[in-house]
Write a protein that binds this ligand. Structure first.
Ligand SMILES: [Fe+2]
Ligand SMILES: [Fe+2]
Length: 165
């Protein structure tokens, strides 16, 4: 039981740190792209919050590879994140910005808007740098190695290497 609580705590910390890093990088990418930095940061902060949904969180906290069914459940997190974002922010923001961020969160694994693409890039890079075995890298990878893989996937879009930490 103690081990399980420790796992959950560790996962929670990882998720929080990941979201902060993604938000920070998304802001920098938005600046280069001439997109709204504030909205990019906000989308980054919220993009994975749906993983805190109890069912999803229990699945991702396990220390083993996930089954196909589990992956399907985990993939619902984007939708849940967007929902949570809306609940928290619908009174505070104008409708245009609200919809833009909501879309970016929903699409962060399959981007169709520019803001969604920004989150996708930041999320992908952060996974390379901090997640073990992401995209066959023996991660966590160095900045240079992670950037190289980003180039191989055509995901650097002429962004300066210096914004990637
Ligand atoms: Fe995600
Ligand atoms: Fe993420």
């Amino acid at each position: 039981m103690k081990k399980q609580t420790e796992n959950l705590r560790k996962k929670l910390k990882e998720l929080n740190e990941h979201s902060l890093r993604v938000a920070d990088l998304a802001r920098k990418i938005a600046k280069v792209f001439g997109e709204n930095e504030k909205l990019a940061y906000l989308a980054g902060i919220y993009h994975d919050v749906g993983k805190l949904d109890e069912r999803i969180f229990n699945i991702i906290s396990q220390e083993r590879a996930l089954t196909a069914d589990e992956k399907k459940i985990v993939s619902l997190h984007s939708e849940i994140s967007a929902q949570l974002f809306l609940e928290k922010n619908s009174e505070k923001m104008n409708i245009k910005d609200l919809l833009e961020v909501t879309k970016a969160i929903k699409q962060h694994h399959k981007p169709k808007t520019k803001l969604a693409l920004i989150i996708f890039i930041a999320d992908f890079y952060d996974a390379l740098r901090h997640r073990p075995n992401y995209k066959n890298g023996n991660g966590p990878l160095s900045k240079t190695k992670a950037f190289e893989i980003m180039q191989n996937y055509n995901l650097t879009f002429n962004l300066p290497k210096t914004i990637f930490n």
